[in-house]
Design a protein around this ligand. Structure first.
Ligand SMILES: [Zn+2]
Ligand SMILES: [Zn+2]
Length: 269
């Protein structure tokens, strides 16, 4: 049986702790057969070498990150497959900058994330108040618009936390149904996968990303799934795995997928 966690950070991002090796060891102890290390890409769309040291690795750290993950792959060969991944922000208008940044490396999987919406972060500790100040419908519609563009960009293999703006409890309002439908359709047409992530269970909202209704919709559209924890500490690896697998089954999924060198393979669930 193939047991995976496809979204794992390292201390380089500035808001995760522990040695990368310990994330792999914890994954082994939880029965994973593969783990994708997917730290935050340098914030290529913001000015300066190190615009937000607490949010992502700096540009100069990328080669060392890749080296470390590849060394872990060798060390753990035969025990657990360690995949070279990255969580890359989507930034409208900077698609070619990201493409060039990712090009030198032989990624197994590139996660695509929309964290920056309408000029600011959508998931920072202070982002909850944006829903009152700027209007929840506006933020959700803009989020889904960017997510659809990200899916269509060809830059990513897996779209992460598909309903991230709900993090602090602000669910997508009915007037954003068309924007949501367009994002689901964009994922289907682009042939990208999505993650079913336990991270939302650890947040104010208290449900997986994506929630049950949206997940069922994505599964019905034929969008493939990976499972993830979005770990920021070794002990979070494979956290909530039973819940995300149950959520996928409840949504009608019968398969999950894995990636090697960005090529997808389906496995029965
Ligand atoms: Zn993220
Ligand atoms: Zn993440």
């Amino acid at each position: 049986m193939i047991v995976t966690d496809y979204h794992v950070h390292t201390a380089r991002c500035g808001h995760a702790g522990g040695a990368t090796r310990d994330y792999v060891l914890h994954g082994l102890s939880r029965g994973l057969t593969e783990i994708a290390i997917t730290d935050h890409v340098p914030l290529y769309f913001l000015p300066g070498e190190d615009p937000e040291p607490g949010l992502a690795m700096v540009r100069g750290e990328l080669p060392g990150y890749v080296e470390e993950v590849l060394a872990l792959r060798e060390e753990f060969r035969g025990r657990i497959d360690v995949l070279l991944g990255i969580e890359a922000d989507y930034a409208e208008g900077y698609e070619e900058t990201l493409r060039a940044l990712l090009a030198p490396y032989d990624w197994d999987v590139v996660l695509g994330s929309v964290h920056f919406v309408a000029g600011d972060w959508i998931d920072a500790p202070s982002s909850g108040s944006r829903h009152e100040k700027e209007g929840s419908a506006h933020l959700w519609a803009e989020y889904f618009r960017l997510l659809a563009k990200a899916a269509a960009s060809g830059l990513f293999d897996v779209m992460t936390h598909f309903d991230l703006p709900k993090k602090f409890g602000h669910h997508s309002p009915p007037e954003c149904a068309a924007a949501e439908a367009a994002a689901v359709e964009a994922a289907r047409v682009a042939g990208v996968a999505i993650e079913v992530s336990s991270a939302g269970l650890r947040k104010t909202v208290g449900e997986e990303y994506p929630g049950p209704r949206l997940l069922a919709r994505l599964v019905a559209a034929g969008v493939p799934l990976v499972f993830s924890s979005d770990s920021h500490a070794p002990a979070e690896v494979a956290w909530g795995r039973e819940q995300v697998v149950s959520a996928a089954r409840a949504a009608g999924a019968t398969e999950h997928v894995t990636f090697r060198k960005r090529i997808r393979t389906a496995h029965p669930l």
